[in-house]
Design a protein around this ligand. Structure first.
Ligand code: 1PR
Length: 531
């Protein structure tokens, strides 16, 4: 029996599902005494530093947790839980941590890096550990902006380090305490193996004598470029929830909504085929009341039972009032999705309205969906889905928007274009360009940009490098290139021609034109770092 410290700050469903998948039972901490009495305790780290510590304090969990850590009972901390062992974090100034380790956790400082670090990276083992038995250097999933530096951690605690432009502490272990900066529950088979080793080692004393993977052979770890499978989901005319796919956002074929499969089954297939991440977009979310949109919640719940890579959900993340007059904030809506198994939420239309307001007033209100969700769940949990379309002009002075000189002139030979943001699934253009949207949303606390392109969507003609470079140069958060993938070579091209951290495709995977393994092979052969 494993006891889980669920303090309601994010997706712990994945940890629960991973433990169950490994054959153990899980129970939740109900009161402070459970923390002391649990045989084995897992402290999952989800949410921002401040929200984690404040919730632990609110529930009276801090004292028993410290007491347990000082006893000889096992505790496994994940992600922010590793950071919580320190005295505090730059993420939430003034909020005291558990102070088991001295010092502060700080934001990545290297200016050439995209922060947050979102994605797959390796670890170097600094001491023999049974937890890494069977680990062969596979990449594991990280998602964080803050980290403990090597100077901050006593040698006897140091378990693993990872390089993200600088070497940081990705694992600590001393006596009964183990904590990982990566998410084993989101790191595919390699992560499940580490988690399984941990559960076995803490179950059976004899296992701890096994010496794990050779430590001390230091190799540079490298962040991988991610390959993401995207599932656009909506109800068809019979009311069935289907994965569909549009051509330039038109998902109907001879009047019928295209049906390319079932969301849960397809997501599982992509996980098994090696997708680094799965994104679900509820493409009619702007119409429906999301809290009543139980099918999408169920899709997430069922998917997370068998899919152990990050899940993003988009569509309908906004505040609304239901037919009974009950008001929901976008934070309520997002929370429901996180509880159901989402690791990140993606905001489309609402991000445009927020950015427009922000550009008008120059003020952060703290009330927008981006700010609220980022404050509670951390920037890394907030993705902005951009749906831009090219607007051609003869010269930059013809518009107030950010233009580029394009190598693909417009219908009348126009040599410049800007990228107009749209809302409601591309139906309505706004007086806002993609650079304005991305930069405003970053300033408001978003952690990643999902950069679609209506002109390219479903065309199989390759990604729009001009758009990607244009937006990428305006932000320091990671950018996911999306729309237009038609072959494995297109993925190679997008990573050679742009600095995008990830590339996403839909149609070619759904129609089984290009398997994910072929994309990965092409990338590996071209020298692109992959998982
Ligand atoms: O506005 O917050 O409710 O979010 C709605 C979400 O639904 C947005 O993320 C928006 O991008 C998405 N969406 C709305 N309508 C459509 C549509 O297709 N009619 N799909 C839509 C967007 C685009 C991509 C697609 C890539 C790759 N889908 O995500 O998967 O273009 O496709 P390809 O590889 O086949 O070229 P809100």
């Amino acid at each position: 029996m494993i006891t889980l410290l669920d303090y309601g700050a994010g997706n712990v469903r994945s940890v629960r599902n991973a433990i169950r998948k490994l054959g153990y039972s899980v129970q939740d901490v109900q009161n402070p005494a459970d923390i002391l009495n649990a045989e084995r305790l897992i402290f999952p780290g989800v949410g921002s530093y401040g929200s984690v510590m404040n919730r632990l304090r609110r529930d009276g969990f801090v004292e028993p947790l410290i007491e347990r850590i000082h006893s000889d009972k096992p505790v496994l901390g994940i992600c922010v839980a590793l950071q919580a062992l320190f005295e505090g974090s730059e993420e939430s100034p003034g909020v005291a941590g558990l102070s088991i380790l001295k010092g502060q956790v700080r934001r990545f400082t290297e200016s050439s890096l995209s922060v947050p670090q979102i994605g797959w990276n390796g670890v170097n083992l600094h001491k023999p550990s049974p937890l890494f038995s069977g680990y062969n250097g596979e990449k594991l999933y990280f998602v964080h902006s803050y980290r403990a530096t090597l100077e901050e951690v006593d040698k006897e605690w140091l378990l693993t380090t990872t390089n993200y432009g600088e070497e940081f502490v990705s694992g600590v272990q001393k006596g009964n305490i183990t904590a990982f900066q990566f998410h084993p529950e989101k790191s595919g088979a390699a992560g499940l193996n580490i988690l399984g080793n941990y559960l076995q080692a803490t179950n059976d004393e004899s296992v701890t004598v096994i010496t794990g993977r050779e430590s001390g052979t230091h190799r540079e770890t490298r962040m991988a470029k991610r390959v993401i499978a995207c599932l656009d989901v909506r109800s068809n005319d019979n009311g069935d929830l289907v994965v569909t796919k549009g051509d330039q956002y038109d998902v109907r074929d001879r009047g019928e909504v295209r049906n390319l499969g079932k969301p849960v089954e397809l997501a599982r297939r992509y996980y098994e085929e090696g997708a680094d991440e799965i994104t679900f977009l509820n493409i009619t979310g702007f119409r429906d009341f999301p809290m009543e949109d139980q099918p999408m919640l169920e899709v997430l719940q069922r998917t997370s039972e068998n899919v152990f890579v990050p899940l993003t959900i988009g569509g309908g993340i906004r505040e609304f009032t239901d037919s009974n007059g009950r008001e929901y904030t976008s934070l309520d809506v997002a929370s429901e999705y996180f509880r159901s198994g989402a690791d990140k939420i993606s905001i489309g239309s609402d991000a445009c309205y927020t950015a427009e307001e922000y550009m008008k007033t120059g003020k952060k209100t703290g009330k927008s969906s981006i700010e609220q969700i980022s404050f509670v769940y951390g920037a890394q949990a907030v993705v902005i889905s951009v749906d831009p379309r090219r607007v051609y002009v003869n010269k930059p002075e013809d518009t107030d928007h950010n233009t580029i000189k394009t190598a693909f002139p417009g219908p009348d030979g126009e040599e410049y274009c800007w990228y107009q943001c749209t809302v409601k699934g591309g139906r309505e253009g706004r007086d806002l360009d993609a650079v304005q949207l991305a930069a405003s949303c970053e300033a408001l606390g978003a952690g990643e940009i999902l950069l679609n392109c209506i002109d390219k969507d479903g065309t199989n003609s390759g990604f729009d490098f001009e758009l990607i470079n244009h937006v990428k140069s305006a932000v320091t958060i990671p950018v996911i290139a999306s729309s237009g993938a038609g072959s494995a070579a297109h993925f190679v091209d997008v990573f050679k021609e742009t600095n995008a951290e990830a590339a996403l495709a839909a149609g070619i995977f759904h129609r089984k034109e290009v398997p994910i393994s072929e994309v990965k092979t092409a990338l590996r052969e071209s020298g692109v770092e992959i998982r």
